[in-house]
Design a protein around this ligand. Structure first.
Ligand code: IVH
Length: 682
């Protein structure tokens, strides 16, 4: 590779990786699998090593991904949170050991081997044994305060169990304990099913869902999802630890304190025993109820860890990763097959998604026939062609993905794939999504978009019309009985009779079912409109705030951003939607068809907290969080997880942390329990 080629490849890789970091850490929506990501990162690191003169400047190889997001208070870690170097390779693992042998002058080294759970790293601070704070890794130096959310984790005690033994060590004054927040596979499936029923986006895998959940602003929602945690690492400890001097004794101490730790870990001597333990873990992990993507190997003795130290520690730059630990990752389940065709799916919003139609192949217990190709850019990047032999991987739990083309097995005369410039359904020229990677069909009358919109309108999460599923919608459209959503309300039994043999009961039920939904909750109708960015939860917020379709249609951007939890993006999406003539015609059509949406019941007249947002923090003297929430809602208020300028009150109890600080900075009124009870006249 020439210098110029390396220069350009390094630039490309840095941009690509920065984009993937953003998707993974900030939005919990990765586009590529961990393995693909690690491969790109490895390629960049190798190039930077070969061309050190090009290695200067900002690079994803020299920072940990940044997970900090809007709406959270930022907290500095006492001791920086680093990440680990990954390897998929036994030789590299043995090289890790060889480096330690050299640095420490002995080959008799003890290691612990722990399951590497695929979740989100957090740091818990305990002061005098009490959990006072939970913070995400952030950029390693400073993370987001997620204490309220972490407190909802059932298996996590809020204080360290003191030892019964009088001679035992007292709990440290301050200790940072690091661990991983994750979701079991079963819980992941349960939540995704609810998401699907509610018409919300599905999460690709348990890690994304755990990350997305931890970053919810509403801890009440978080409490409905069973997050779990295991602890495995030590950050700051003041005074210096006395009861433990190694990773294995630290693990035992965590258990004594009553904290959740991994069910299984190994402490062994020498690298052969490490490799054997990894093999045991690999055999066991398939039976685990949570995703374990590797093994973390740590030099056991803290004194030896101190000797070898961290990478990057010498420079002014921050510490990067410990030399005393290494993550061995298990290669993902993959299978080889061939692409028969590339088809395009047009979604309700017009997004066109390319799908590989495959020769069926068995992968991790299921037969895979189709796999996502993500988008046009990804097809071009991998140079995927019809006829290609490819590797497919279960990237997320739901949709398999094509991860690699086996170019050496490419049949002759296999032509490069050209992404169509026109909608495969209606022929309208596609336009690129603003600031995104998707190609969109802009035609509001595109039959596929219309079909998907009608399906969405009738679905459980919207109008919930009995008997109006995909098949029936398809039948009604192809027979020309409906063209738009309002047409549904004009269907007559006679129209439907010819569709099915002896279909009288069916036809009557369907017509009655549709008619019955003329009166329906306003939020269902709003959700059914299919406004981009507006899921069921936002639809409920809009219904509560505007109380009619007309009021919503004429809401200004300013009115919309006033809603708690509504950012500019959502507000703008709502404005843009109602600014469109076709959409306004849809609303008018529904009204003309006799659809009368019911606004949500108003809180008792003159309710003191009507339209007000309250944030709870700390422990109240008599009320539990649930009781306080009930009282706030009964008084017409809404509980929110984070303090912003839109917060009306902060209800603070003992050990209220950063939310109280933020309320003071923003000048939000702070109430104690007695003042709160007085305010609501309790
Ligand atoms: S130790 C300085 N131990 O995997 C040591 N990490 O790829 C930092 N992880 O950033 C971490 N299980 O989020 C450690 N038993 C374990 C772990 C573990 C999962 C995560 C953690 C880390 C990442 C490294």
């Amino acid at each position: 590779m020439t210098h110029a080629e390396a220069h350009s490849r390094i630039a490309t890789l840095r941009t690509e990786l920065a984009r993937h970091d953003e998707r993974y850490y900030r939005h919990a929506q990765p586009e590529i699998s961990d393995f693909e990501y690690d491969t790109l990162k490895r390629e960049l690191a190798d190039l930077e090593l070969r061309f050190p003169e090009l290695a200067l400047g900002e690079s994803p190889t020299r920072r940990v991904g940044d997970d900090r997001s809007e709406g959270f208070v930022r907290v500095k870690h006492r001791v920086a949170m680093t990440t680990l170097d990954n390897t998929y390779d036994e030789t590299e693992l043995r090289e890790f050991h060889a480096r330690l042998v050299k640095a420490l002058g002995t080959d008799d080294l003890a290691y612990t081997i722990e399951p590497k759970i695929d979740g989100v790293a957090v740091s818990l601070t305990f002061e005098n044994g009490k959990l006072i704070r939970a913070v995400t890794r952030g950029d390693g130096e400073e993370g987001d305060d997620v204490t309220a959310n972490v407190r909802t984790i059932r298996g996590l005690p809020h204080s360290l169990k003191p030892a019964d033994d009088l001679l035992a060590q007292p709990v440290p004054a301050v200790i940072e304990i690091r661990g991983e927040v994750f979701l079991r596979d079963e819980e992941f499936r349960r939540i995704n099913q609810t998401q699907e029923e509610m018409g919300e986006a599905l999460y690709a895998n348990p890690r994304n869902l755990a990350a997305g959940t931890l970053k919810q602003l509403d801890s009440k929602l978080v409490a409905t999802r069973r997050l779990e945690i295991v602890l495995y690492g030590l950050g700051a400890c003041e005074p210096a630890p006395t009861g433990f001097d190694s990773q294995s004794s630290f693990q035992s101490q965590l258990r004594v304190w009553g904290l959740p730790v991994a069910d299984k870990f190994w402490t062994v001597r020498g690298i052969d025993a490490v490799w054997a333990a990894i093999g045991e873990l690999d055999a066991l992990r398939r039976g685990f109820a949570f995703a374990t993507d590797g093994a973390v190997v740590k030099l056991d003795l803290f004194s030896q860890q101190v000797v070898v130290g961290y990478r990057g520690a010498g420079q002014a730059a921050r510490k990067l990763s410990p030399r005393w630990a290494c993550a061995y990752k298990f290669a993902p389940d993959r299978a080889e097959t061939r692409i028969r065709a590339i088809t395009l799916q047009v979604g309700r919003t017009g997004a066109v998604t390319p799908v590989a139609e495959l020769e069926p192949v068995l992968l991790a217990g299921t037969t895979v026939k189709r796999a996502t190709l993500h988008n046009a850019d990804e097809i071009a990047r991998k140079d995927v062609r019809v006829g290609d032999a490819v590797l497919v991987e279960k990237a997320g739990e739901i949709i398999p993905a094509v991860v690699q083309v086996l170019v050496e097995k490419r049949p002759p005369h296999c032509e490069a794939y050209v992404f169509p410039s026109e909608c495969p359904v209606c022929g309208t020229p596609l336009v690129r999504e603003e600031g995104g990677v998707k190609w969109m069909c802009p035609n509001p009358a595109c039959p596929e978009k219309v079909r998907r919109k009608i399906e969405h309108f009738a679905s459980k999460a919207s109008l919930d019309i009995d008997g109006l599923g995909e098949e029936v919608v398809d039948l009604l459209l192809t027979r020309g009985l409906i063209k738009t959503i309002p047409d549904l309300f004009r269907l007559k039994v006679e129209d439907l009779l010819p569709l099915k043999k002896s279909g009288e009961v069916w036809a009557t039920n369907l017509v009655n079912g549709i008619a019955a939904r003329r009166t329906t909750d306003l939020w269902r109708v709003i959700h059914g409109l299919g406004i981009p960015q507006v899921g069921a939860a936002s639809a409920k917020d809009l219904a509560r705030r505007f109380r009619s379709l007309d009021a919503l249609a004429s809401a200004s951007l300013n009115d919309l951003v006033q809603i708690e939890g509504f950012g500019e993006k959502t507000a703008e999406a709502v404005r843009t939607w109602f600014g469109d003539e076709t959409n306004r015609a849809l609303v008018a059509g529904l009204q003309a068809a006799g659809v009368v949406p019911t606004p949500p019941a108003e809180a008792a007249a003159g309710a003191v907290l009507a339209g007000k947002t309250v944030v709870l923090t700390g422990t109240l003297p008599t009320l539990t969080r649930e009781q306080a929430t009930e009282k706030i809602e009964a008084a017409g208020g809404k509980v929110s997880g984070s303090v912003s300028r839109k917060t009306h009150y902060v209800l603070a109890g003992e050990e209220a942390g950063s939310k109280l600080e933020k309320a003071r900075t923003l000048g939000v009124p702070v109430l104690d329990e007695a003042e709160f009870l007085e305010l609501i006249g309790d």
